[in-house]
Design a protein. Structure first.
Lengths: 285, 570, 315
């Protein structure tokens, strides 16, 4: 019919972006995350000191040749603790993101494709969970009931899933009405095949971006819990816990709190940027 | 009153390249073109409201004021007062948060009174004063378009640019709105530039018609003369592709190839690559729009003026012997959605190898019927029998029967942009469909593509790399992969340009003829149904109001609604 | 009206579930309820009996819950296990700091978020837009406690522009003391508002009715206020509840990082000390505030959007 102006407007910059390779921001974010992943995997080996080794006589010192990021109150090497902390900081969020992604994708596809009572029941629960002040409940539950990081991770996955279910469901509902999905049903293809082979690839960009966002949310929430002294036992090398333990040292060795704070920030920012870029790229392709 | 000289719209590349138009007071000029011709951008350029990143060049003069490069301040004074724009989609054009009254009042400037609003509404045929207080979502499409027209005219402009004002409306409503537009234009002595993709609409309503192609005007002249003796091969191509509501044409001829980008043909005749009369002169330089008689202009180098079109050749659609068991037998089908009755007891049948047209407007229940037969929804009552098998409730069938039903009936859907899975290649889509066929019927992907007139190499392509017409062909191929006895075509050409539509219609006719596939052809377009269906069923609000051979239904309609439909054909 | 009734019912249901969960904390906490409720007091036969009587521990669970809820609705959450003061009083002491912080943060959020989002939309694709979009993305990712530490280090320790800890006494002191915490709290929220505002403005700019309004010469004031502002209000309003939840949880971290004795800090220490009456009261209050604000947002929809008013679409 007529040229809808929107199609013209899309042109320009968006198209130019598509032709070029990954942008500098994407590369930078990816590189940072890769470095951090390497630290999570090999951090304990490359760390110059034992992250738990104390030197009470030394105490908190500013950065120097021996300790590049200085030491904390107990004389522990901040750099080594940061390297060691990468593991818990990144590993658990990855678990949360994968769990959330798997649950929300399968449940969202199911609810959006089957509709009916499955959908109705699921949406009631989802609405309720979304309306809850989630992080607050998490802090209180894990804080009062105890149970450590395992429960915190599980609770977090349960908290993050409903929002993603809603997104996947509404996308699925939109896709299933499209002619190609109706044609697949007319051909008598099985439900699983339609859901996973036809619908899923078309909502994949959102699913991938959603997983990265869950990763960021879990990273922030878990280090936040540690910052509040909840979840991990005191003394564990963990970024959130280090900020909490060393925030009183801003005059003696500020780097003991600033470095882990910067690391959390950089990791979260890099993953957010990557998710954003990935989403745009995938939905353009 | 309106005069454009060498109007260009430029963004990253040239989108509109040289439009010369004049509209005088009291005159209706049609600007006709297919998608990608740049006609809507031209409309936007005239009111100085191009999308971001695009700018107009050349000259647009309205009542002596130059609008290209004019300040926003000057434009604001001109818009609404001297030139106003009416847009396509009545559902998107009105602010959902404001009442009809507010829309008119905000353009009236100063003289807002209840009587004035009522007078303005009465001018566009709304006599119910309650409409003024309604919000857009409480009004029908036709009503919204009337309110929008009243709002566009509230500043008493000398010129109205109407950009596809009736495309989103049903045929009967479209007819009313066009008549209204004409009436208002005559009463006010206003100039109207009507932008449309529909040649028939342009010929019916306009004093003069300009044909746009690849960002430029290729021919201009009085409507009847243009229709009788087109002076540009593109115009004659369009006319040849146009289905007729009056007679069944022996052959619908589409235009081969696709519309080039305006910037790719800047220095040559834009139509040269698709023209069978192309000569050296066509590609040596860009042929200017030259006069060829009174009020007539063409951009073709050949001397084609006055070459009358060959008379249309009529053909009879093969009659199908009656008797025997019908392939599809629908009896008393009912479906309700809440308080809305989609189907109120519909009965119809399709014999093997026969094509039946199902005509109705939006809300007639034609798509609900199709979806019921396809098993995409379960009706509330009635019976559907397919080749002797009761398929009313698909869930009640055993797996063997269900597999059989999927091979009995297939569908071609309306929207070519969503008819194929964008994540799969054409080959994968077709292979998946072929695997559902009975083992004896399975053919290769390449063969299937050839069957619908596409090269076998298309198997490696993704839907994104295909044009609308090509996608619809692939959709036909997918449906044919299982060798269905019945093919349901749900408005398969409604979203396609005329030149492409002809290809697809011809393909579907060939399939009915050569493969003996029975078809239920759903459409709102009487001209299309005349080309494909031997028998026609007319549906109104979920009830069959008329049924018979297509020629009987269209030539001597018995029901009042059918008569209105026939009268609404432009 | 059906819409209001439905929303009200949903809000009450949510509060009910929240109260059950809150009360269940007592039953689920490690150790038996008497022990938990005794807190740090010496455990003798008399003190145990007193606790059993005070908290009606001998009644069946549903009755106990009903009694507790009845008291809670009247504002009586019992006494803190530590300070022995009534919970309501403890909270009331802490409220001004948190309220000041939250209000300051919301002012900053709106003052920065709305214009920045609008500016980004108006300069779409340009360097300003890219800068704002990128900043918003970064702001979205930074956790409030990390932001707090970085701000403290940068502006309080290194530059010495702002006081390091505490809430201050006079109004001017308060503002100075609360500036860095409010910025830390507002960063994430402002990022949300920027993104939402930008998306809403861009979406609006692509609407036919905006073009149509200009095409028939609607006045500039009418165009910006009657069209642009009113139609973007809805999508921006939808993130209001989200913002509030972020505000509440963010306050926990920010107050702790800056050593502010607000409600958030109270909750964190109460959780640490397993001071259940305080925790229960705060969770219920937090939930009630979120529910109430969401209800207000729904009502605002009702006022702005005739489609919701006439029941044509759900909010």
């Amino acid at each position: 019919m007529s040229v809808v102006p929107g199609t013209v407007r899309l042109g320009g910059r968006a198209r130019r972006l598509r032709r070029t390779g990954p942008g500098p921001l994407t590369l930078l974010s990816g590189g940072i995350l890769a470095l951090m992943a390497a630290a999570a995997l090999f951090g304990t080996w490359i760390a110059p000191y034992d992250p738990a080794a104390q030197d009470l006589a030394l105490g908190a010192t500013m950065p120097g040749w021996a300790h590049w990021a200085g030491t904390d109150e107990l004389g522990r090497d901040v750099l080594s603790r940061c390297l060691a902390g990468a593991r818990s900081a990144l590993l658990w969020p990855v678990v949360v993101a994968l769990g959330t992604c798997a649950m929300s994708t399968s449940l969202g596809l199911l609810a959006g494709y089957r509709r009916g009572w499955i959908d109705a029941v699921m949406m009631r629960v989802v609405d309720l969970l979304i309306a809850m002040p989630g992080l607050l409940m998490l802090i209180v539950l894990v804080g009062v009931l105890g149970g450590g990081i395992g429960w915190a991770v599980l609770a977090m996955a349960v908290l993050f899933t409903p929002g993603d279910i809603r997104v996947v469901r509404s996308l699925t509902m939109a896709q299933r009405e499209l002619a190609y999905a109706e044609a697949a049903r007319t051909l008598g293809l099985s439900r699983t095949r339609i859901m996973f082979r036809h619908l899923l690839p078309n909502i994949a960009p959102t699913v991938v971006a959603g997983a990265l966002l869950s990763f960021v949310a879990a990273l922030v929430a878990l280090s936040g819990l540690s910052f509040l002294g909840i979840g991990l036992p005191a003394g564990t090398p963990d970024w959130g816990l280090m900020i909490e333990e060393n925030r009183g040292l801003l005059d003696l060795n500020p780097w003991a709190a600033v470095v882990p704070a910067a690391l959390v920030t950089v990791a979260a920012t890099a993953a957010t940027l990557l998710g954003d870029q990935l989403f745009e790229r995938l939905s353009d392709a | 009153m309106l005069e454009t000289r060498g109007l260009r719209v430029v963004g990253d590349r040239v989108l509109v390249d040289g439009v010369d138009l004049t509209v005088a007071a009291g005159e209706t000029v049609g600007l006709v073109g297919e998608s990608g011709s740049g006609k809507s951008l031209t409309a936007r350029a005239l009111v100085g409201l191009l999308p971001r990143g695009l700018r107009a060049e050349g000259s647009v003069e309205v009542g002596g004021a130059q609008l290209v490069g004019a300040s926003e301040r000057l434009l604001r004074g001109v818009r609404g007062r001297r030139i106003s724009l009416l847009m396509q989609d009545p559902f998107a054009m009105l602010n959902p948060l404001r009442t009809a009254c507010a829309h008119i009042a905000e353009t009236l400037r100063g003289r807002t009174s209840r009587q004035e609003i009522a007078r303005r509404l009465a001018e566009v045929g709304i006599d119910d004063p309650a409409v003024a207080g309604r919000y857009p979502f409480q009004l029908s499409g036709g009503m919204r378009q009337r309110v929008a027209l009243a709002a566009a005219l509230a500043g008493d402009p000398e010129l109205l640019v109407a950009d596809e004002p009736t495309t989103a409306l049903d045929a009967t409503t479209q007819h009313e709105i066009l008549a209204l537009l004409r009436r208002v234009q005559e009463a006010r002595g206003m100039g109207v530039l009507l932008i449309t993709h529909d040649l028939r609409v342009a010929f019916a309503v306009c004093d003069r018609v300009a044909v746009m192609y690849a960002g430029r005007v290729v021919e201009q002249g009085p409507g009847p003369e243009l229709a009788a003796a087109p002076a540009h091969p593109y115009t004659s191509g369009l006319l040849g592709a146009l289905p007729s509501a009056e007679l069944t044409l022996e052959r619908l001829v589409g235009i081969p190839g696709a519309v080039p980008r305006a910037d790719a043909v800047a220095g040559v005749c834009a139509f040269a690559t698709r023209c069978d009369r192309v000569a050296d002169a066509c590609t040596a330089a860009r042929p200017p729009l030259r006069p060829i008689g009174r009020d007539r202009l063409t951009a073709c180098v050949h001397d084609t003026a006055g070459a009358a079109r060959p008379p249309l050749r009529e053909a009879a659609l093969p009659a199908v012997p009656a008797g025997g068991e019908p392939l599809l037998h629908v009896e008393g089908l009912r479906k309700r959605y809440g308080a809305h009755t989609a189907l109120g007891g519909v009965s119809l049948h399709v014999n093997p190898g026969e094509t039946v047209g199902l005509v109705g407007e939006s809300g007639s229940g034609k798509t609900t019927l199709a979806r019921s037969v396809l098993g995409l929804l379960t009706p509330d009552g009635g019976r559907i029998r397919l080749a002797g098998l009761d398929v009313t409730d698909r869930a009640a069938l055993d797996p063997r029967e269900r597999a059989r039903v999927h091979r009995l009936v297939q569908c071609v859907f309306q929207d070519p942009s969503t008819s194929l899975n964008p994540a799969m290649t054409v080959g994968a889509t077709l292979a998946e469909a072929i695997a559902r066929a009975a083992p004896a019927d399975r053919i290769g992907v390449g063969e299937l593509l050839e069957l619908v007139g596409l090269p076998a190499a298309y198997a490696a392509r993704r839907p994104k790399a295909l044009s609308g017409g090509e996608r619809q062909r692939v959709a036909v191929a997918r449906a044919l992969a299982v060798r269905p006895a019945l093919l349901i075509c749900d408005e398969p050409v409604a979203s396609l340009d005329v030149s492409v539509q002809a290809h697809v219609l011809e393909l579907l006719r060939g399939i009915g003829r050569e493969l003996g596939t029975g078809m239920l052809f759903i459409t709102h377009d009487l001209a299309v149904v005349r080309q494909v269906a031997a028998r026609t069923v007319v549906l109104l609000k979920g009830v069959v109001v008329e049924e018979g051979t297509t020629s009987a239904v269209l030539d001597a309609p018995a029901h009042d609604y059918t008569r209105r439909l026939v009268a609404a054909v432009p | 009206m059906a819409f209001v009734a439905r929303r009200l019912a949903a809000a009450l249901l949510l509060l009910g579930v929240l109260s059950v969960l809150t009360y269940a904390l007592l039953a689920l906490a490690p150790g038996d309820p008497e022990q938990v409720l005794l807190g740090p007091r010496p455990s003798t036969a008399e003190s145990r009996a007193a606790v059993r009587a005070q908290y009606h521990l001998d009644d069946p669970l549903p009755v106990r819950y009903a009694t507790w809820l009845g008291d809670a609705v009247r504002g009586d959450f019992g006494a803190s296990l530590y300070s022995r003061e009534p919970v309501a009083g403890v909270i009331a002491d802490r409220l001004p700091v948190t309220a000041g912080l939250a209000a300051y943060a919301i002012v900053l959020t709106l003052a920065v978020g709305l214009p920045a989002g609008l500016a980004a939309a108006m300069r779409r694709g340009g360097p300003l837009d890219r800068g704002i979009t990128l900043s918003a993305l970064v702001g979205l990712a930074i956790p409030p406690f990390a932001m707090s530490i970085l701000l403290l280090y940068g502006f309080a320790v290194t530059l010495g522009w702002f006081p390091v800890f505490g809430a201050g006494e006079t109004f001017a002191e308060r503002v100075a003391h609360l500036t860095l915490p409010a910025i830390a709290l507002a960063t994430g929220q402002a990022a949300v508002v920027i993104r939402q505002m930008r998306a809403a403005a861009l979406d609006l700019a692509g609407q036919d009715y905006m073009t149509f309004a200009r095409a028939r010469g609607v006045g500039r004031a009418r165009y910006w206020i009657g069209y642009a502002l009113r139609n973007t209000a809805l999508p921006v309003l939808t993130v209001g509840g989200l913002l509030l939840a972020a505000n509440l949880t963010g306050a926990l971290f920010v107050e702790r990082a800056f050593g502010l004795h607000g409600v958030g800090e109270l909750l964190v220490s109460a959780v640490g000390q397993k001071d259940l009456p305080v925790v229960q009261a705060l969770v219920l209050m937090g939930g009630a505030v979120v529910v109430a604000v969401n209800l207000l947002i729904d009502l605002a929809y009702l006022a702005v959007d005739p489609r919701v008013r006439h029941g044509a679409v759900a909010a």
